[in-house]
Design a protein around this ligand. Structure first.
Ligand SMILES: [Zn+2]
Length: 156
């Protein structure tokens, strides 16, 4: 049961159990007592929906075990995940684990492209320098390397 809001005491349910949004004419009102769990999901920028966790509602605070996805919520708190800091932190940790690897991989792309362009520019400048008559020792001094390593890098 995933809600899209409340109407009085009832919950307006607008998603399937898999977290997919239903057309509004299929939304239904349910009493909060009928909530059996939650789907933690991400509506990703690529327009897919990923299920990050399914939490089961337990009948009492004593039965709660967030590490197993067993969560207690009173009827009035069923729709408000952020009413408890620990529950909100757990949901955010799931989201971070889902999204941060992709963001980190994306962060690599720009500097990797800049490095490719810099290497190409260096190769071109080196060819010009060799044509102009620079020795490998001159090249090494210009690029901050030894004569031998400059020759090993660009010599043929
Ligand atoms: Zn996502």
């Amino acid at each position: 049961m995933i809600s899209v809001g409340r109407q009085g005491k009832d919950i307006l349910v607008g998603h399937t159990a898999d977290g997919l949004m239903l057309p509004s004419e299929q939304w239904v009102l349910r009493s909060p007592g009928g909530a059996v769990g939650w789907v933690v999901k991400c509506d990703c920028p690529d327009r897919t929906t990923r299920i990050l966790a399914r939490w089961t509602r337990v009948a009492s605070p004593e039965e709660e075990d967030l590490t197993r996805g067993a969560r207690y919520a009173a009827d009035e708190d069923v729709t408000d995940l952020d009413v408890r800091d620990d529950v909100e932190r757990q949901a955010l940790a799931l989201w971070d684990a889902h999204r941060l690897p992709g963001l980190a991989a994306k962060e690599l792309q720009r500097p990797a492209e800049a490095a490719r362009r810099a290497r190409a520019a260096l190769d071109e400048a080196l060819a010009t320098a060799r044509t102009a008559g620079l020795s490998w020792a001159d090249v090494g001094r210009a690029v901050g390397a030894t004569r031998q390593s400059a020759r090993e890098r660009w010599g043929s």
